[in-house]
Design a protein around this ligand. Structure first.
Ligand SMILES: N=CN[C@@H](CCC(=O)O)C(=O)O
Ligand SMILES: [Zn+2]
Length: 405
C-alpha cells in the first residue's frame, strides 16, 4: 500500500534547483512513509503506484498540484484584536503613532499577559485551521507579545503545544525584543532580554530562532546586535525585522551576523541588496503588511535583478490580519509585480530556506516531505490570477489528507 496518490492533475508544478518552477502536464505525485516517492506524468506514476493500492487517492482532473505553502514570518499567536486601530489608520493615524500611545504591539502585550496558556493554545489552533485551509503546511510563529520572562515562556509553550495538536508544522521564534515596554528604556530592556528572557527560553528548548525589531524608536542596530549575538550564544539562529519604516541598517546587520533571514526590507537600498547578494541571508518580503498599512511595497524587482531569490510571508498579526498564503502570493504578483512562478517559488522553496529547512520542504521532489496542495485551477498561473477567493481545495501533510474544502 502507498499512503497517498494524486493523479490526472492538469498540472503539477514545483520549484527545483534547476528551474524556477518545473511543470508536468497530466501529472501525478505519490507519497509513502510521509515523503514524496514519485513525481511525473500520471502514466508513469500510477504504473508504480496505482491509486487502487493507496490509502488515499485523489483524481485531480482540471486541477493543479503544488507543494504545501511555507509561511516563514508570522505573529500568529495573540489575544484580542485591533480592528478599531484598523479604522483609526484609515482615518490617518500611523502605525508608529499608535504604538507610541501605548496601542499596537503594546496593547496586544496587555491582552496576552492576561490570557491563560490554554486560551493562547486555543487561539493559535483556530488561526492554524484558517492557514491550513489556504494551503500552509509549515509556518513560523514568533513570541514577542509578552516582553517579560513569564509571558514570553507562556507564549512559546503555547506555540509548542499547538504544534503538537495540529497538522501544520509550527516553527518557533523567540522575539522578546519586539517592543520596549512602557516602564523602561531600550537599553535596560535589552539587558533584561539578554540576561533573563533568553536563558529561560533556551534552557527549556522553546525556540529555534531569535528575532528583533531593528527600527527607529524601537531597537537600534547596536541593541539588535546584542540580542542576536546573545541568541547565537544560546544556539538560536538570528532573524531580523529590518528596514521596515526607516533604513537603520538591519539588512547589513543580518549579513554581518549570518542571519537566516532579513524581513520586511521596505526601505533597503541598492547597497543593502548588494550586500545581501553576497550572503546566505534569505530576504523575506511581506506584501500583506504594505497592503494593510497602504504603503509602498518592497522592491521585489531590485532583488530579482540582482539574482537574489526572495521568500514571501503573510506577517499575520493584529496589524496585518491575513492568514492566507494564497493572498500573499496574489499580492506578490499584483502589488510587487512578481511573476506567478516566482511568487509561488517564494512561497514554497525559498520560504523553506528562510526557515533553514533543507530536507526538500517547499518542493515536490523525490525524498521531500509529502506536503502538497490541490488547487482548483487549471495551472499555477491561474492561482494569483483568480484573486480574493479560496482556490485551495485539498491539503496533504506528510501524505495524509488533512483538509478538504
Ligand atoms: N513590525 C513589527 N512587528 C510586526 C507587527 C506586529 C504588531 O503590530 O502586532 C510586523 O512584522 O509587522
Ligand atoms: Zn513581523
Amino acid at each position: 500500500m502507498t499512503d497517498f496518490v494524486v493523479y490526472n492533475a492538469s498540472q503539477v508544478a514545483t520549484p527545483t534547483d534547476e528551474s524556477e518552477l518545473e511543470t508536468v502536464r497530466d501529472g501525478a505525485v505519490a507519497v509513502d512513509d510521509g515523503v514524496v516517492v514519485a513525481v511525473g506524468s500520471t502514466d508513469e506514476v500510477v504504473r508504480d503506484y496505482p491509486p487502487a493500492n493507496a490509502t488515499a487517492a485523489i483524481d485531480a482532473a482540471g486541477k493543479t498540484v503544488l507543494p504545501g505553502f511555507v509561511d516563514p514570518h508570522t505573529h500568529a499567536l495573540f489575544a484580542g484584536d485591533r480592528a478599531d486601530e484598523f479604522t483609526a489608520k484609515l482615518r490617518g493615524a500611523t502605525y508608529q503613532e499608535i504604538l507610541a500611545e501605548g496601542g499596537g504591539i503594546l496593547r496586544t502585550v496587555r491582552a496576552v499577559r492576561e490570557a491563560t496558556r490554554e486560551q493562547l493554545v486555543e487561539n493559535l489552533l483556530e488561526q492554524l485551521d484558517v492557514m491550513l485551509a489556504h494551503g500552509t503546511t509549515t509556518v513560523e510563529v514568533k513570541s514577542g507579545y509578552g516582553l517579560d520572562v513569564e509571558t514570553e515562556v507562556k507564549m512559546l509553550e503555547a506555540i509548542a503545544e499547538a504544534d503538537d495538536h495540529h497538522p501544520i508544522d509550527v516553527v518557533s521564534t523567540f522575539m522578546g525584543a519586539h517592543a520596549v515596554p512602557k516602564d523602561t528604556d531600550a537599553d535596560s530592556y535589552v539587558d533584561h532580554v539578554v540576561e533573563e528572557q533568553l536563558p529561560a527560553v533556551a534552557e527549556r528548548g522553546l525556540a529555534e530562532f531569535c528575532d528583533v525589531f531593528c527600527e527607529a524608536g524601537v531597537f537600534s542596530v547596536e541593541q539588535s546586535r546584542r540580542v542576536l549575538e546573545a541568541g547565537q550564544e544560546h544556539g538560536l539562529k538570528p532573524k531580523i525585522h529590518a528596514d521596515e519604516f526607516e533604513r537603520l541598517g538591519g539588512a547589513g546587520l543580518a549579513v554581518e551576523l549570518g542571519a537566516m533571514s532579513a524581513d520586511h526590507l521596505l526601505q533597503s537600498t541598492a547597497e543593502d541588496i548588494e550586500s545581501l547578494r553576497d550572503s546566505d541571508v534569505t530576504p523575506v518580503l511581506l506584501p500583506g503588511t504594505a497592503f494593510a498599512l497602504a504603503t509602498e511595497y518592497a522592491d521585489a524587482s531590485a532583488f530579482e535583478n540582482a539574482d537574489i531569490p526572495v521568500a514571501i510571508a503573510t506577517d499575520f498579526n493584529p496589524n496585518c490580519f491575513s492568514q492566507s498564503m494564497e493572498f500573499a502570493i496574489e499580492l506578490a504578483c499584483n502589488g510587487m509585480r512578481m511573476s506567478p512562478a516566482s511568487a509561488i517559488r517564494a512561497a514554497t522553496k525559498t520560504a523553506a530556506a528562510a526557515l533553514d529547512r533543507t530536507d526538500g520542504t517547499g518542493t515536490l521532489q523525490e525524498g521531500a516531505p509529502g506536503d502538497l496542495v490541490v488547487v482548483d485551477v487549471p495551472d499555477y498561473e491561474h492561482l494569483p490570477y483568480n484573486f480574493g477567493v479560496t482556490n485551495v481545495e485539498t491539503v496533504i501533510k506528510c501524505g495524509e489528507v488533512v483538509h478538504r474544502d
